[in-house]
Design a protein around this ligand. Structure first.
Ligand SMILES: [Fe+2]
Ligand SMILES: [Fe+2]
Length: 293
């Protein structure tokens, strides 16, 4: 296994090399910066988004979807910002620009960026539903957290696709679609680090909020996440499993989809609530896939 110093070197090299490919559009980075600045106003954000008409129309499409359940149609961005707040509009802009990154062909019979995107939308939808049903609020941050949790695999694909093919060969699905090996161990053996480490480095590079960096870093071991981010990490951890059980896209990094007693405990989740969420999930997923798919 790679030492800490070696790991750091590998991550630095990977993120450096993919820099020209996996960048968020400049406007998205500017939006993140602007919203993080406490002196920014709704007008500043309106001005910035107005530069990009495609982004404007995508934001309005999401605002007017059942995702927010607002009464009546909203035709203008400034109105959307007033109704939803800067932070929500920021998250919509990020989600809309992420879709573009998950492109690329079928690299093995069991992996295509598209399958990972389907999985990410599934996890995002389930995580949002969990946050909503369990009364945590922050539902669009939850959605975004679900959307980016496995983004480290896109780093792997763009950094060295042959290594990713070797990893996937070690975990290829059995006849039921279950992995035949442990993906995180295979990544550590072949790349030197896992998709969790690659993903969190990318989030740092993008200056994403720290919660999202923790989500990518610890979604397979939520108990190890920093205390202040642990709830969100657990939400994604459970959302990941709900999406996998439903059969949304890629799921070979999960040896099983059991939800631990610690997760039930931490989130105040009950088997009844979980059943309700699983029941509401397909309709909401269809909606989200239409918007972002
Ligand atoms: Fe993962
Ligand atoms: Fe996942």
């Amino acid at each position: 296994m790679a030492t800490d110093v070696q790991q750091e070197q590998i991550v630095k090299e990977a993120i450096g090399q993919i820099n020209h490919i996996a960048t968020l559009p400049e406007i998205t980075l500017k939006i993140i910066e602007l919203v993080e600045d406490p002196s920014s106003t709704a007008q500043d954000l309106h001005k910035l988004i107005s530069i990009d008409p495609a982004l404007c129309s995508r934001v309005l499409k999401v605002v007017n979807s059942s995702f927010y359940g607002l009464p009546g149609q909203i035709a203008a961005i400034n109105r959307a910002i007033v109704m939803l707040g800067l932070n929500a509009v920021k998250n919509i802009a990020i989600a809309a620009s992420l879709a573009k990154l998950f492109r690329g062909g079928q690299i093995t019979p069991y992996f295509a960026a598209r399958d990972l995107w389907d999985h990410s939308i599934g996890c995002a939808t389930a995580t949002k539903l969990l946050a909503e049903k369990l009364g945590f609020g922050l539902t669009d941050e939850a959605f975004l957290a679900g959307l980016i949790h496995d983004i480290g695999m896109m780093v792997e694909m763009q950094y060295d696709r042959n290594k990713l093919i070797d990893v996937l060969d070690k975990v290829k699905p059995d006849s039921e679609g279950m992995p035949t090996g442990n993906m995180l161990e295979a990544e550590e053996e072949i790349f030197g680090v896992s998709h969790e480490v690659f993903g969190s480095a990318l989030c740092e590079r993008w200056k994403f909020p720290k919660t999202l960096t923790s989500v990518t870093r610890f979604h397979h071991t939520p108990e190890e996440a920093p205390e202040e981010h642990r709830t969100m990490v657990y939400l994604v951890h459970v959302g990941d499993r709900i999406a996998a059980d439903h059969g949304c896209g890629f799921r070979l990094d999960l040896p099983d989809t059991k939800i631990s007693p610690a997760a039930f405990d931490k989130l105040g989740l009950t088997p009844q609530k979980l059943d309700e969420i699983r029941e509401e999930f397909p309709a909401m997923l269809e909606n989200m896939s239409d918007l972002l798919g």
